[in-house]
Ligand binder design. Structure first.
Ligand code: SAH
Ligand code: SF4
Length: 407
């Protein structure tokens, strides 16, 4: 069972453009804001440091709480800017503690009603992982993924990416002096509630390289949100030309959505493979900066019944990855309305995982989380978005196929 809590009223018919929020900005972005309100250049660095501490370390929601900053400057800031977070339009809590927030981003123009994205928090025994989105929707149309069916697509700004972590920490009471909400997971070692971030929500992060890079700069800054780069994983469907730059400029952990061991099948499941085939993708992985046994690449492999789950494919998978410091994550397919795929049977997944395990890869099956609130991988999609033409076509096709089978 899940609990759905409407968190704020429905939006007004005409969106009102609010002053810009400072939350999510880089140090350079905050410096620009100070310049806008006339703070002299020589003072800006020090002021940025103060703002940084209040916004990212303490998570304050009001300029008046920034007691180390003069009243005059606080007033000038409040007149021009806000510390607003995206609006939480719904919060769902799964029976396993997974939380999903539906966030409405502030409108970016007079005609924009504010994009909606989802963000999921997954508490585990030794960590709290936040799954963030890098785009609204995704242009890549992987055939097994719900996000690819969303019609509206745009890159999220760095601020909007950082804001997802800010909302999570705000909601979880994960800032100094805050109290967690009733029933929230509280780490028993006194650690942060959100200890890890994975870019596995909506969108292809490497198609929003600059936004993701700037967001990671803010998130990993150890005077603020302080989430180390080793605790941040960027998952890509295989945008080969950007993989080296990801390692060099962001230094995060890398996950590859592999899902198939032959180009013919991968072309179908992950159409980007036609542009960057498996061999090129694995070459880019071999050259990933900083790769070592302590910093392995995670290969994600979604288990699709009768499609990619044979013993031969498991053996080919370990053969392909030979020589790459790797972890393998077998992901049970999460079905969504209208999909043509099914999740592999449990004994098939076990058999597949056994072969992978014998080849030296530990605990490879990812437990589905938050299934009751449609929060699991590939299911992130705002409920308000209507099915795209492609999804409708798929739905019609699968209905036609089901009807044909039944007759
Ligand atoms: N676009 C990036 C990151 C977001 S997808 C990428 O593709 O890597 C995050 C992960 O969820 C990917 O491995 C993706 O292939 C997987 N996924 C997508 N839809 C899924 C579904 N319905 N069931 C299980 N995993 C899914
Ligand atoms: Fe986009 Fe990743 Fe979904 Fe493919 S799996 S459609 S790349 S979000």
């Amino acid at each position: 069972m899940s609990l759905s809590v409407p968190a704020s009223p429905a939006p007004a018919a005409e969106p009102v453009l609010r002053p810009a929020s400072l939350v999510g900005r880089t140090r350079a972005g905050l410096s620009d804001a100070l310049a806008e309100i006339g703070v002299p250049e020589k003072e800006r660095r020090m002021r940025v440091g103060q703002l940084w501490n209040w916004i990212y370390h303490y998570g304050v929601r009001d300029f008046s709480a920034m007691t180390t900053i003069s009243k005059v400057l606080r007033a000038a800031l409040a007149e021009r800017f806000t510390l607003d977070l995206p609006e939480v339009t719904a919060e769902q809590v799964s029976s396993d503690g997974t939380r999903k927030w539906l966030l409405r981003m502030p409108p970016v123009g007079a005609r924009d009603r504010g994009a909606e994205i989802e963000c999921v928090y997954i508490p585990e025994v030794d960590r709290g992982t936040l799954c963030v989105s890098s785009q609204v929707g995704c242009t890549l149309s992987c055939t097994f993924c719900h996000t690819g069916t969303q019609r509206l697509v745009r890159n999220l700004t760095a601020e909007e990416i950082v804001a997802q972590l800010m909302v999570a920490r705000d909601r979880l009471g994960d800032f100094p002096g805050r109290t967690p909400p009733e029933g929230a997971f509280v780490p028993n070692d006194g650690g942060r509630f959100v200890s890890n971030i994975v870019f596995m929500g909506m969108g292809e992060p490497l198609y929003n390289f600059d936004g993701v890079r700037d967001a990671i700069e803010v998130i990993s800054d150890n005077e603020g949100l302080s989430l180390g780069r080793r605790r941040i994983t960027v998952s890509t469907s295989g945008v080969v030309p950007q993989i080296e730059a990801l390692g060099a400029e962001m230094g995060t952990m890398l996950a590859i959505s592999l899902h198939a061991v032959r180009d013919e099948l991968r072309n179908e499941l992950v159409p980007l493979n036609k542009k960057y085939p498996i061999r090129d993708l694995l070459d880019a992985c071999r050259n990933y900066p900083g790769l070592s046994n302590a910093k392995r690449i995670t290969f994600e492999y979604v288990m699709l019944k009768g499609v990619n789950d044979s013993d031969a494919e498991a053996r080919e998978l370990v053969r392909l990855l030979k020589g790459i410091p790797a972890k393998i994550n077998l992901i049970p397919f999460n079905p969504w309305p209208g999909t043509r795929y099914e999740c592999s049977d449990w004994d098939r997944i076990e058999r597949f995982s056994e072969i992978v395990f014998r080849a030296g890869y530990a605990s490879p099956v990812r437990t589905p989380r938050g299934r009751d609130i449609l929060a699991a991988c590939g299911q992130l999609k705002s409920e308000t978005e209507k099915l795209s033409a492609r999804a409708r076509l798929m739905l019609e096709q699968s209905e036609a196929e089901a009807a044909a089978l039944a007759s």
